[in-house]
Ligand binder design. Sequence first.
Ligand code: NAP
Ligand code: ZN
Length: 362
Amino acid sequence: MASQQPEFEHPRKAFGWAARDTSGFLSPFNFSRRETGEKDVAFKVLYCGICHSDLHMVKNEWGNAIYPMVPGHEVAGVVTEVGSKVQKYKVGDKVGVGCMVESCRTCQNCVEDLENYCPKNIFTYGAKFIDGTITYGGYSDSMVVDEHFVIRIPEALPLDAAAPLLCAGITVYSPLRYYGLDKPGLHVGVVGLGGLGHMAVKFAKAFGAKVTVISTSPNKKDEAINILGADSFLLSRDQDQIQAAMETLDGIIDTVSAVHPLVSLIGLLKSHGKLVMVGGPEKPLELPIFPLLKGRKIVAGSLIGGLKETQEMINFAAKHNVKPEIEVIAIDYVNTAMERLAKADVKYRFVIDIGNTLKPTS
Ligand code: NAP
Ligand code: ZN
């Protein structure tokens, strides 16, 4: 199986856009999907968000790329077929898939609904599946995924706005909850106002926190406060602003995608404050120790979330009207969108309109 061409290794024809090398340039790609297994849900992809991880991955910035690569792990669509043993879904249901399509199901992490920390979990694209074939993501017309890894999208959420919740949403919701930054009255900082950052602002506000955005982009200030609902805005490169806010934050969610200094962020924390890293810069960051010692401060990390928590997050988002700000694009704009994402020029998540713009080549 694994040695066959992507177009013929499975019985079901599929079409998407793939990167072929470290240029990251995406172009049309014919491949195939497996038959709907007894526990599988097959669905038509209608929307797919563009995560900065897609950009890191197509350019092999994390060093583990497998080409051709069809990115996309913020996938939303409608069920077209279900296997005979599928219990949760039926044809016509609105569903989504995030970053994972399989895990071992038996390790302690899996047993505790933390499939995201299973050492054997399999990512939605660019990973080797259990049958030896390579996984392809949501910049494509269809997906076939075991129902355990499928999320139900609540009726109240439009599919285009639901898509970014499946990675950006859960990646910030999970650490806000786990690190106890979900309490009314706490003061939470959000570093980097991109896809993840703007969702962190919205979820932290929905939890009742006071929110300060810490950003390199002065042009995001008005929207951060007036549209996203942040309480204040600090320009990270303005030392006067940073100095004036020292020791005011209970916790920080750092979503920055590039190497950046941590010393001033640690300084912004109160004693016992937590700096939670969720961004994935391609190189290690420098961690200054003395600022941590003074005040028993914590630096921590978090990776997406388990399936149970992802469903909880999306239900919470529907109930509290927490929706991403999106720019919906056609598939043939995807390379330009990637260039803009590299320059932090997106407010605040690109979502590809797959259903209306992805057309198969013959
Ligand atoms: P994004 O939309 O590009 O947002 C990143 C933001 O970081 C930018 O908008 C910018 O905000 C800030 N930034 C960029 N370059 C910077 C620099 N050199 N110095 C300081 N700030 C800079 O990206 P995203 O999709 O939110 O993803 C953010 C990071 O999280 C990526 O590395 C991604 O791979 C990672 N990620 C991690 C997980 C996880 O599970 N932990 C899940 C998904 C994504 P300002 O303009 O406000 O400064
Ligand atoms: Zn992502």
